[in-house]
Design a binder for this molecule. Structure first.
Ligand SMILES: *Cc1c(COP(=O)(O)O)cnc(C)c1O
Length: 384
């Protein structure tokens, strides 16, 4: 087989089964297509997954984060600590509620916020911490919550990528303060677009419900009041039905991702890529959900840049790849707020050198071997 005839391997592709597709058709035929019974069922199943804690769905993982901050009482004058190695939404929502983002560098091994640096960033104005579980790898939750308790800080866990991940054998979402999931098409569990907040009590759940839809509460046939300023963030029943169809497979999805991640480590072992200095993720199979498999390129030892590596993967080997993520503080919006290169060197280096390789449940171990072979060949060809 010539490489031209190879099927294209994208870096991610959702797995939607026929039962879900038929279920979506049923919802469309039912006459009730926006928030309704499917949402209620989705919230109930998510709540069961999170140890019975209250769960409210939203139309994106960005909306969940913003409303999580509002529920935690974060607003103008408050500082919120997070990491620059994340999807820009993580920091944008802090600005959206009028608060000030404070970045802390990552630990280059886990690529998550470095908890050793966290306390130094806390000031009297710090109100909350947003830890990001990059690629679905949780931070040390015991340490995180020890610090949060000691300084009386709220935690809004950006668990957008961490559905199904665990800490000490318990699912993320079962413990902790406010937990935010995203169900974007690329995440481990999808509702096309969507998200969910795991909350502490009935009052927070009620506030989430209000913020989700204009702050409105209805009573009886004709009663209506609006007592807080809410937005329009509700999830459709079509989307919720997709999410329910995914939840049925979550254990298999997790097992398959772990199997593929192990195949990546095996495929890279002793190869040209690792010999040249390609960095692999932490080989952590206890807690992480393997949302992504991200390598880092030793650019100083390559004669081509990252974009050219991605282009070769695409054009020559027919393999898709991605970048997750360029350091947030180097974006124009954040530089305008005083952030500059050199402030968070590990996040900057990671953001400039990382490449996300294909990892999704419909892949096989042979696909993984093909990706490893391509990366090894590129390193042999362009290494110096
Ligand atoms: C996907 C993602 C979000 C935002 O979720 P959306 O559903 O796309 O709005 C936030 N943070 C992280 C780390 C993400 O990966």
């Amino acid at each position: 087989m010539t490489q031209d005839s190879l099927p294209f391997l994208p870096f991610v592709r959702p797995e939607i089964d026929e039962e879900t597709i038929a279920g979506v058709a049923d919802v469309l035929r039912s006459g009730w297509i926006t928030t309704g019974p499917q949402n209620q069922a989705f919230e109930e199943q998510l709540s069961a997954f999170c140890g019975g804690r209250p769960v409210r769905t939203f139309n994106s993982g960005t909306a969940t984060m913003e409303i999580g901050l509002r529920i935690a009482g974060v607003g103008p004058g408050d500082e919120v600590i997070t990491t620059p190695a994340s999807w820009v939404a993580t920091a944008n929502v802090i600005l959206e509620v009028g608060a000030t983002p404070v970045f802390v560098d990552i630990d280059p091994a886990t690529r998550n916020i470095d908890l050793n640096l966290l306390e130094k960033a806390i000031t009297p104005r710090t109100k909350a911490i947003i830890p990001v579980f990059l690629a679905g790898l949780p931070v040390d939750m015991d340490r995180l919550y020890d610090i949060a308790r000691a300084y009386k800080l709220r935690v809004i866990e950006d668990a957008a990528q961490a559905f199904g991940a665990t800490w000490r054998g318990e699912r993320i979402g079962k413990l902790g303060d406010i937990v935010s999931f995203s169900f974007h098409a690329n995440k481990n569990l999808t509702s096309i677009e969507g998200g969910a907040l795991v909350l502490n009590d009935a009052d927070e759940a009620e506030l989430a419900r209000k913020y989700r839809l204009q702050g409105v509460t209805r009573k009886g046939f004709d009663g209506m009041d609006c007592d807080v300023l809410g937005g329009k963030y509700n999830l459709t029943d079509v989307a919720a039905r997709v999410g329910l169809g995914q939840l049925a497979h979550v254990e298999r999805f997790l097992a398959q991702r772990k199997k593929l991640a192990r195949a990546y480590f095996a495929g890279f072992e002793g190869g040209a890529a690792v010999a040249l200095g390609v960095g692999l993720p932490a080989a952590e199979f206890e807690n992480g959900n393997w949302h992504m498999f991200q390598i880092t390129l030793p650019l100083e030892r390559l004669t081509i840049d990252r974009a050219a590596v991605m282009q070769k993967l695409h054009d020559v080997y027919r393999i898709g790849s991605g970048v997750h993520y360029p350091a947030i503080h180097l974006f124009t919006l954040y530089r305008a707020r005083g952030f500059a290169p050199g402030m968070f060197p590990h996040a900057e280096r990671f953001g400039a050198t990382t490449v996300t390789l294909p990892l999704f449940t419909l892949m096989t171990e042979r696909d993984v071997a093909r990706v490893c072979g391509a990366v090894n060949e590129i390193c042999e060809q362009y290494g110096k």
